[in-house]
Design a protein around this ligand. Sequence first.
Ligand SMILES: [Zn+2]
Length: 332
Amino acid sequence: MTKIFIDPGHGGSDPGAVANGLKEKDLVLTISRHMRDMLLDEYQDVQVQMSRDSDIYLSLSERAQMANSWGADYFVSVHINAGGGTGFETFIHDSRSPKSVAYQNVVHPEILDKMDVRDRGKKAANFAVLRLTNMPAILTENLFIDNGNDAKLLKDPVFLQQIARGHVEGIAKAFGLKRKSGAASRPTASKPSKQTPPSRTVSGDLVVRAIQEFINTYGFNIAVDGIAGPQTLRALIKVLQTELNKQFGRGLVIDGIFGPRTRAALANLWAGTRGNLTRVLQALLYIRGFNPGPFDGVFGDMTTGAVKKFQAAYSLNVDGIVGPQTWGALLG
Ligand SMILES: [Zn+2]
């Protein structure tokens, strides 16, 4: 049995950092609750205790004492940064115990991978909770509450889940936790096949062909005919569902149907985001007749322009952010 102690920083009369309408104490509690739920729902032989599960004040030594007396195997303190800067960093105590170093080396990159923000590095400091705990410990600083761009991410509930997901995957990897057999499956995209293209006759729309080839890297094997029909749209929704499961642990059935569960599982996208969800967005825009620029998975100026034109055409709020309404109009 692995005992993970999660410490949402601050609380009660101590709000932590406050800016942009956000309070650190609230954000870290949300992230920590997601972490607890994911660990308990999805992994075997793990126990979780939290220093607080409500908005109460606890001293730093109380937090450490709780973990010490419980006999935790790992202490994870979750914080949001402030003071001018951007990105993600982690701290261990500056005594650098070998286990703390080893776990930081595993956990830090897993969180970073889910956030896709600036890496400020793996650091060490003489923080009280790190000093007073007698098990391996880490303190994570997840973006800057007083940075406009970071705050925008922190306002997205899906992004907070993503931060939690990174912590959980890091902890699971560091401690070799096994997933429960019934837990939500996390399919991964199959590698693009190295086979030669089946046909040399170029037909249909070249961008649609590129979209279809992209879809087939997920193993769906649809016709690459350059014609964006119902089969292509359905397969594109399967790619969307696969990515939502992979990136956010949504546990969706990959059925190619845009129903209420998929709708509820959507992730917001905006300028600067990149990756295969952005590719799905670009594919949908293109198929709907709004040119998003290169089909490259980068949400740049041209994609933003296409999103705004699409939003205007569908009488949506023209903000260039792809939230539930815009996704709904693209997929509906
Ligand atoms: Zn803090």
